[in-house]
Design a protein around this ligand. Sequence first.
Ligand code: KIV
Length: 273
Amino acid sequence: MSTYNENARPKVTTASLRKMKASGEKIACLTSYDFTMASLVDAAGIDFILVGDSAANVMMGYDTTVPITLDDMITYAKGVARAAKRALVVVDMPFGYYQGCPDIALASAVRIMKETGAGAVKMEGGSEIRESISRILSAGIPVCGHLGLTPQSVNKFGGYGVRAKEDAEAEKLIADARMLDEMGCFAIVIEKVPAKLAARIASEVSCPIIGIGAGHDVDGQILVVQDMLGMNRGFAPKFMRRYGELGDTIEQSVAHYVADVKAVDFPNDSEQY
Ligand code: KIV
C-alpha cells in the first residue's frame, strides 16, 4: 500500500477547503490530540485535523466534554500543530470560554492562536453565540461552526441522540447554517442529523459542510481518530466505520511484552549493551 506524499500538495488553508467544495473534492477530517497521532494522520493525507474537545472523553476519561479547560485544549493543540505539516489544524473552543461574553470569547480564541500555532477555532452553536463568533472573525481568526448535536449542550439535550428530526429544530438548524455562512465561517461541522437535511444545507450554503453522522451528500467527513481505529472498543454508533482494531492490537502487544518480561525473555542478549 502506498503512503501519502506530503510534498505533493501544499498546506491546506481555509481557502483551499472552499476550493475543494467548489470542485467537488470531498474533505477528509479526523481528530487528533497529540504529536505522535497527528504526525501519522497528517502523513496519511488528512485535510483538516480537529483538536476536538472530545479530548475530554478520549484523553481524560470524562463522561462529557463540559469539564475540559482552555489550558487543557492549548496543551493538546500545541503538540498537534507541531506535527501537522500539511493539514489545517482547528481547535475546539471549550465550554464556558465563549458562550457568554464576546470579550472573553475573543481572549480565549486569541490565546489558542498565539500559544498553539493552530490555524482556526471551532465553536458549537448558532444564533445564541452570534456576537462571540462575530468578534472572533473580526479579529481575523477563522471560525468553523458546529451545529446539530452539539455535545457541550448534552445537559440541555439530555443525551446524544439524533438532532433536528422535527420541523422546528430543522428550520432553526437551516437558519443557523445560513447565518454562520453569511457571517464568514470557513466551514460548519454538522453532527448527527438526518442525511437529507444535511444534504440540503450543504447544497444551500457556500462554505463546506463537514458531516459526522450526517450522511454522504455533504462536503466532507470527520470522525474521532481513536474511534475509527478501534481503540475505543465500547463505542460503536451507527455512523462510525472502524478502519482498524488497534485496541486489540495494543492489548495483545502489551500482554505479549508482560509475558516476555516475566519470563526473562526480554531483553535478550542482542537487546542489551
Ligand atoms: O470534539 C470533537 O471531536 C468534535 C467532532 C466529533 C466533530 O467536535
